[in-house]
Design a protein around this ligand. Structure first.
Ligand SMILES: [Zn+2]
Length: 538
């Protein structure tokens, strides 16, 4: 048996230090042949609330992590002197299946804690006392309550008395085949996600219309919803699963699941689609798979607000640690900027330094990092000073230049006009009208000046550097590329280069002589950024 020892020092009993308590517990465990896996303790927190004790918090975390099967302590007052706290602690331990043992009292049960009776009070009394004879009779006649169910269609028929039968159903063979296949796939251990993907890929429309999702198949355990839990496929109608209870404050009627023994099950063998053994096997698997998740959810509910806070703190700390790590790590120069020229899609990192196009059939699948670095560096080395000059000489850039130039001119003319007018008014010596004019036009003048500044900045962006500067820029760029060739993740080169190279289009080419594919790339440069960064005088 795996055991955790818990000890707490409190000032009211000077003679039992935590070390003494631990020693006594260890001796007790050795006598009982227990295997001590953890020792938790709190020092000098006597009288403090349980929530403030780090030792007991770690003990609880250890319990939820299934580190041990039993907790041993000197006596119950070590855990807390507060009856309520002890009860809360005990309930949690009972839920995760961990015993509490003290040297004085042995294994603790509800009686020690005074819980007897309170547990029973937790169960709600069912007050409704209706019989469902009418519904059962209708079902036995072949009518099934509820709406349309996948796998069946509703038929309109008359019974022996000539009255219409409501809810009579018939199996739809095409849908029944799909249901059998879903059960078979799940029974053979396939993941819900895969089953849904398969169904979507087979162009089968989900019962609710549209795509399939795992909830459609498994629903929720307590309500026994979901296709795989529908007993109708085994030829059994289940109803009376819910009742409606008025909400105490809003008065609204809310559905509440009845306990399972109140459910009514009526066999209708002619509606059976799935064999008994297949259906039962799937139910076992569903329970097994969902109990783990349910256990975890229950455990979360049992956590006190302090534990939840602690949990959040831990998550936050882990997240922060990851953030700090990522910040320091330098990415590849082409991270997030690769494009497949065949599909116009992103080529992303996929695993272990391999990169792939999003389209599965693409030739650019699983391309190694080193190969991409190689073709990109080779392409970058081909950049000549004339290429930069050509960019500034290209029609769109020339147009931008001209547009900015003419805008500046127009704005300056406007500004000059305003200035002339201002001078004229000041000379007229009519102070009243001068004040009015300045009030109206001061803001206009400010805006025109701002526009001139803005256009001038735009103009410098598209102003070509002179020949000498161009050479310097090109030399510095090749210097950065050389750095990357030495170490492809050198941050001193990656950071500035990411400003200058926006996109990498990867092409596949067929080489006729050697009969194989090879890759090339074209780079979209941000030349204004390059000139801005590398053109600075040093
Ligand atoms: Zn592609």
């Amino acid at each position: 048996m795996r055991v955790a020892i818990y000890a707490r020092h409190s000032t009211d009993r000077q003679n039992t230090s935590t070390q003494d308590q631990i020693a006594r517990c260890q001796k007790h465990c050795a006598d009982q042949k227990y295997h001590v896996v953890d020792v938790y303790f709190d020092e000098a927190f006597s009288g403090a609330h349980m929530d403030n004790r780090p030792g007991i918090s770690s003990l609880l975390m250890g319990a939820f992590d299934n580190r041990f099967d039993r907790i041993v302590c000197e006596d119950l007052s070590r855990i807390s002197r507060d009856q309520g706290d002890i009860a809360h602690f005990f309930k949690k331990m009972a839920f995760v299946g961990i015993d509490v043992e003290t040297i004085a009292e042995g294994v603790i049960n509800e009686l020690h804690i005074g819980l007897k009776g309170t547990m029973n009070a937790l169960y709600l009394k069912d007050l409704s006392d209706k019989t469902h004879r009418g519904v059962v009779a209708a079902v036995l006649r072949g009518g099934v309550p509820g709406g349309r169910t996948f796998g069946y269609e509703i038929v309109h028929a008359l019974d022996a008395n000539g009255d219409p039968v409501r809810g009579k159903r018939r199996i739809v063979e095409s849908e029944a085949a799909i249901i059998r296949q879903i059960f078979e796939m799940y029974g053979s251990g396939q993941k819900l996600k895969h089953i849904c993907e398969y169904l979507d890929a087979s162009m089968i429309v989900a019962p609710g219309g549209g795509r399939w999702n795992p909830t459609t198949l498994v629903g929720t355990r307590s309500r026994k919803t979901g296709l795989l839990r529908n007993t109708l496929y085994k030829g059994i109608v289940t109803f009376n699963r819910q009742k409606y209870r008025k909400h105490p404050t809003t008065g609204r009627k809310l559905p509440v699941v009845r306990p399972e023994h109140e459910w009514i099950r009526v066999p209708i063998p002619e509606l059976q689609i799935v064999d008994d053994d297949v259906f039962d096997k799937v139910q076992d698997m569903l329970d097994q798979r969902s109990s783990k998740a349910a256990e975890y959810r229950e455990m979360v509910k049992l956590r006190s607000s302090e534990e939840t806070k602690q949990q959040h703190k831990n998550l936050n700390r882990n997240w922060r640690e990851r953030q700090i790590k990522t910040k320091g790590r330098v990415t590849a120069v082409f991270s997030g900027r690769l494009r497949c020229s065949e599909h116009e899609t992103k080529i992303g990192a996929h695993w272990a330094d391999h990169y792939s196009c999003m389209i599965k059939e693409c030739v650019h699948r699983s391309v190694p990092y080193d190969q991409l670095t190689d073709i990109i560096l080779r392409e970058a080395m081909r950049l000549k000073p004339e290429d930069i000059a050509d960019f500034y000489d290209s029609a769109p850039v020339r147009e931008k230049r001209e547009r900015s130039g003419s805008r500046i001119q127009a704005a300056e003319t406007k500004l000059q006009g305003l200035r002339d007018r201002a001078e004229h008014i000041l000379n007229s010596l009519d102070l009243a009208s001068a004040n009015i004019w300045f009030e109206d036009n001061a803001e206009r003048m400010r805006l025109v000046r701002l526009e001139i500044d803005r256009e001038k900045r735009k103009l410098t962006e598209v102003q070509p550097p002179d020949k000498a500067r161009l050479r310097i820029i090109h030399d510095r760029f090749q210097g950065l590329i050389a750095k990357l060739r030495a170490w492809s993740r050198d941050p001193e080169a990656v950071t500035p280069l990411r400003h200058m190279m926006k996109l990498y289009h990867i092409h596949a080419n067929w080489d006729e002589t050697s009969k194989c594919w090879y890759r090339t790339c074209t780079i979209e440069y941000d030349f204004p950024a390059m000139v801005r960064i590398l053109g600075q005088k040093k």
